[in-house]
Design a protein. Sequence first.
Length: 132
Amino acid sequence: MATFQHKPKNTSGRRHSTKLKGDAAEDEALSFLQNRGLQLLQRNYRTSGRGGGEIDLIVRDPQGTLVFVEVRSRSNARHGGALASIGALKRQRIVFAAKMYLRRWPAWPACRFDVVVVQSGELQWIQAAFDA
């Protein structure tokens, strides 16, 4: 009987590198938004369970609007770039997480969903990128 052994590729270094790049993009996005008067309320808000999601940054703009920010980073625009990587399922999970976050508020403030794209060394801020 023949036996086969599968040796998985070592991807831990790649995951670590991707995490570091993502964290750096979030740092850059946060600094950019704070320089424009937005105040950080929470970073990396996560919900648990199936269908749970994560919101990279939750900020408040100077007018009081609560802004849920998805930060996407890509080294180039292949495969549609960073913005195209936010599909329907990702948006659904962000909206779900936002609803969970808003449960702690006695009344929901005005809200919007923004995207900050860091790609090829440039930062693009897309306000009201999608709706709930």
